[in-house]
Design a protein around this ligand. Structure first.
Ligand SMILES: NC(=O)c1ccc[n+]([C@@H]2O[C@H](COP(=O)([O-])OP(=O)(O)OC[C@H]3O[C@@H](n4cnc5c(N)ncnc54)[C@H](O)[C@@H]3O)[C@@H](O)[C@H]2O)c1
Length: 283
């Protein structure tokens, strides 16, 4: 992290889960944290933990689905701090279910937070980072965006869009000294499932099972910060996530046709539950 001597980071969705774990991790490294969330109580609790970890921070009430709010957030931190070194576009929600069952309004809702929220962040922070001479943006996608889990279309598709956005930016803003990382963790235990909506209870059960045996958020936060420090485009912090991603890239037809065959025979759903129990979806 020597690239950033001023140590200023803004993290959306920092009032819980991964955003909170990243805040505490950055705080321990002496960074100043902009703790942005729609949930004020969660953001305040994160601020307390940041201060306990020896860091400094400030909460900012932000609904990332509102472009004017994201603009106000960028204005605020760039003017108060004289610049921002890292933006972590982390705020996200989960919606599952099959295409055709999930109401279109829910597709809009998840795109508003998971895709548009991150695009607004990039849209506002990139010109300001260009003007200050550089920076880094970590977009928190998911392994779901690489692997496209069955009956989890709304979530996977938004995360795939975030990966595509990150890949586009990686090249586009390279001349401006701005690094881009797409974070792609598998399941780990956070508050993400508390408000999860799904027309298919099976995928919720898979996620809950994987959460129970998964890594703690602080370990994922440490790995993601290391990836930013190394200016990696893809941060895939779990072993099986990497293995499945390789498998998909090497044999894409086999990857999807085998799963489709298992699904046709009614074997996919029980198998995925077993994989979740064994930690394959979270380790
Ligand atoms: N937990 C996992 O298994 C997992 C796996 C891969 C990726 N992710 C991603 O990690 C990110 C963080 O999620 P988490 O798992 O820590 O869940 P979480 O629910 O614990 O935290 C998400 C935070 O985002 C905030 N948020 C939601 N909508 C918002 C909005 N419109 N504006 C501002 N803040 C908003 C919530 O208040 C919450 O504090 C998400 O993008 C999620 O998709 C999570």
């Amino acid at each position: 992290m020597k690239r950033f001597p001023n140590k200023r980071v803004v993290i959306t969705g920092a009032g819980s889960g991964l955003g909170r774990a990243l805040s505490i991790e950055f705080a321990g490294m002496g960074w100043r944290i902009g703790i942005a969330d729609i949930n004020d109580a969660g953001a305040k609790e994160t601020l307390k933990l940041v201060e306990q970890a020896g860091g400094k921070g400030e909460t900012f009430h932000a609904d990332v689905t509102a472009p004017n709010v994201v603009k106000a957030m960028a204005d605020h931190f760039f003017s108060m701090w004289g610049g921002v070194d890292i933006l972590v576009n982390n705020a996200g929600i989960a919606i599952g279910g099959a295409v055709g069952d999930v109401p279109l309004t829910q597709w809009n809702t998840i795109f508003d937070v998971n895709f548009w929220g991150m695009l607004y962040g990039c849209h506002e922070f990139i010109p300001r980072m260009k003007a200050q001479g550089g920076g880094h943006i970590m977009n928190v996608a998911s392994a779901a965006g690489l692997l496209c889990l069955t009956n989890m279309g709304p979530y996977s598709v938004t995360k795939a869009a975030v990966i595509a956005l990150s890949e586009t930016l990686r090249v586009e803003v390279a001349p401006d000294n701005i690094g881009i990382t797409a974070a792609c963790p598998m399941f780990f235990n956070t508050g993400l499932l508390d408000d999860m909506k799904s027309t298919d209870p099976w995928i919720v059960e898979v996620a809950r099972t994987a959460f129970q045996v998964g890594h703690p958020a602080d370990l994922i936060a440490k790995k993601l910060i290391k990836a930013v420090a190394k200016n990696k485009l893809y941060a895939v912090p779990m072993f099986f996530g990497k293995a499945l991603w390789w498998n998909k890239r090497l044999t894409p037809n086999l990857y999807y046709n085998l799963t489709a065959w298992l699904n046709r025979h009614g074997w996919m759903k029980p198998l995925y539950l077993k994989l979740a129990r064994w930690g394959v979806l979270s380790k």
